[in-house]
Design a protein. Structure first.
Lengths: 114, 114
């Protein structure tokens, strides 16, 4: 399978910006995603980017995609304590009809300090 | 209705028990997924159903038996589990031809095997 890598931990002060990085290996991925998981909960899709885009902005979230380096990042502006969670990047490994097989990164634990 | 529901929320079982996890969605999605997630790790794909037929089985031990009785329901039957099977079991669904191929996740069932 393909490997999707992330740094494991990130701590920031409330009000600062957070940048979570991800490297992926499947250059044929059409969509790349960022999911958020709060303690004891399922995964929530935060945002996604199509592979022909370089950047996507959605309120406090900015996604940057560098296809040449296979690098994806998620920037959270004005980080709040409610943003403390694990963030997973993911790419589509397989798609057939309705089925989509996602490959997830290892996850980055974001801790927001007051 | 735009959610995936899972029951039970928590389950404790012995190694000789038989139990079932249930997942339901009423979004008309034709693909449904089971994932296993250990603490602080990314979800690992177990099974994929597409149009009520098993399309992907990621070499999961036979003590896990999936069932898709109709397009809205997905079950995971458990028998003779081991303590290492303790994990969060996540169900997800996705629709065909969506704009960005999103998978919608349920909140999960926290399984403890004694």
């Amino acid at each position: 399978g393909e490997d999707v890598e992330q740094s494991l931990f990130l701590s920031v002060r409330e009000g600062d910006s957070s940048v979570i990085n991800c490297t992926y290996t499947d250059s044929s991925s059409t969509y790349l995603y960022w999911y958020k998981q709060e303690p004891g909960a399922g995964l929530q899709l935060l945002t996604y980017i199509f592979s022909n885009m370089d950047m996507k902005q959605d309120q406090r979230l900015t996604v940057l995609l560098n296809k040449k380096d296979k690098h994806l990042s998620l920037r959270i502006a004005d980080t709040q304590t409610g943003d403390s969670a694990i963030y997973f990047c993911a790419e589509i490994l397989f798609s057939s009809g309705s089925a989509r097989q996602l490959t997830f990164g290892s996850g980055t634990q974001l801790t927001v300090l007051p | 209705d735009t959610e995936v529901t899972q029951t039970p929320k928590h389950l404790v079982m012995g190694m000789t028990n038989k139990k079932s996890l249930k997942c339901e969605q009423h979004m008309g999605h034709r693909a449904m997924y089971w994932y296993k997630q250990k603490a602080k790790k990314p979800p690992e794909l177990m099974f994929v159903y597409s149009y009520e037929k098993l399309s992907i089985n990621e070499s999961v031990p036979s003590r896990f038996s999936p069932e898709c009785p109709n397009s809205s329901l997905l079950n995971l039957h458990l028998h003779a589990l081991q303590p290492e099977d303790s994990a969060l079991y996540l169900c997800a669904s996705s629709q065909e031809y969506s704009n960005y191929n999103e998978q919608f996740f349920g909140p999960g069932t926290r399984l403890t095997v004694l």
